[in-house]
Design a protein around this ligand. Sequence first.
Ligand code: NAD
Ligand code: TYD
Length: 357
Amino acid sequence: MNRRFQTILVTGGAGFIGSNFIHFLLEKADFQGRIVNLDTLTYAGNLESLAELAVKFKGTRYFFEKADICDRAAVERIFASFAPDAVIHLAAESHVDRSILGPEAFIKTNVMGTFTLLDVARNAWKGRHDVLFHHISTDEVFGSLGDSGYFTESTPYDPRSPYSASKASSDHLALAYYHTYGLPITLSNCSNNYGPFQFPEKLIPLMIMNMIEGKSLPVYGDGKNIRDWIYVEDHNAAVWEIMKRGEAGRSYNIGGENEWENIRLLDRLVEIVAEESGKPLSQLRSQITYVKDRPGHDRRYAIDCSRIKNELGWKQSVDFDDGLRKTVRWYLSNPLWTEHVRSGEYLNWMDRNYAVR
Ligand code: NAD
Ligand code: TYD
C-alpha cells in the first residue's frame, strides 16, 4: 500500500512540529499536493515559521485558515471548502508545566478539539477508505519508567499529568472512531522533539535562550530525570511513512533511542552554546540553578520503536550532537523569531508563574 494524498489538512501547522512538518512536505517529501494549515494561533503558534513558504506557495500549494479546532462550524467550513483527503492532527496545548497551572485549556483543545475534528472528518468522509486521519501523540501517555524497560505500542496507558491525560483521552477517541465508525486512523506516540521553531518554554530552547540572555538555567529536582530526544525532522519523516504506508487502526511508537539525564544534556548543551556563541564556558556553567521539582515529574521515558523500524523501514538519521548544534545555530541566527514569539502573553505568563526564577 502506498497512499497518495491531494490535500492534507495540517492542524497546528504554525506550532513547532507542525511548521517543521509543512516545511518537510513542501520542500523535501514525495508530496505534490496542497496543504491547508488550520491553526488558531495561540501563544505557541507563529506564522513567521512559514513566512517564506507562504509567499512561495500561497494560493497554490499552501493555504492558511485561522480557526479553533473546537469550533465545529469553522472546521466543517474548512472541510467543505478544501475537501482534504488526509488530516494530520497536531494542534494541541503541549506544555506539561502549563497543564499543571491551568488544565482547562488542555481538556478543551486536546479532548474536545480532537473529538470535533474526528466527528467532522467522519461526517465529511462518510465511510470512504481512500482517506486518512493521522493523530499525533506522545510517549507521555504511557506514564513513567524506572531504570529499565521501554514503552512499546502495547504498554498500558498510565498518564500522570493533565497534559498526558488529555493526550491519552484523545488517543482513545481516535482509536474509538476507527473501531466504531471505521474512520481510517493511524496514530503515533513520539518522544521529546527538538529543533528549530520550538517555543522557548521547552527544555532545549529555553536553556539556549537563557544562556544567550545570561539568565539562570532552571533544573527541576535532582536533574536526573531521563528523556529520549529526537530531531524534529526525523519525527516528521517517520510520520510521513506512517501516513503513506501505516496500517489503519494501529499506533506506532517513534523515538530517538537517545536517552539523556536532563543535567547531562544541559552540560553538553552548555559546551555547544559556548563554542557557537563565544560566551565563556565557566560563565554559562555558573548559570545552572537547581529549582523546586515539577509536581508529578515523570522519571524516565524510553521508547521501543522496533515496530516502525521493522514494518516501515524508518530509522533516525540525525546524530544528537549534530542536531543540537544545528538547533543552537538556528536560535543564535533567529533572534527576531524568538523575540516575536515571546512578546506579549508569554512574557506575562512567565512573570506571573515563574517570577521566583
Ligand atoms: P506547539 O505547542 O509548538 O504547537 C501547537 C500548535 O497548535 C500551535 O500552533 C497552536 O497555535 C495550535 N493550537 C493550539 N490550540 C489550538 C486550537 N484549539 N485550535 C487550533 N490550533 C490550536 O506544539 P508541538 O510541540 O508542535 O506539538 C505538536 C503535537 O505533537 C501536539 O499534539 C503534541 O502533543 C505532540 N507531541 C509533541 C512532542 C514534543 O516534544 N514537542 C512530542 C510528542 C508529541
Ligand atoms: P519539557 O521540555 O517541558 O518536556 P516534557 O516535560 O514534556 O518531557 O521538559 C523536559 C525535561 O526537562 C523534563 O524532565 C523537565 C525538565 N525541565 C527542567 O529541568 N527545567 C525546565 O525549565 C524545563 C522547561 C524542563
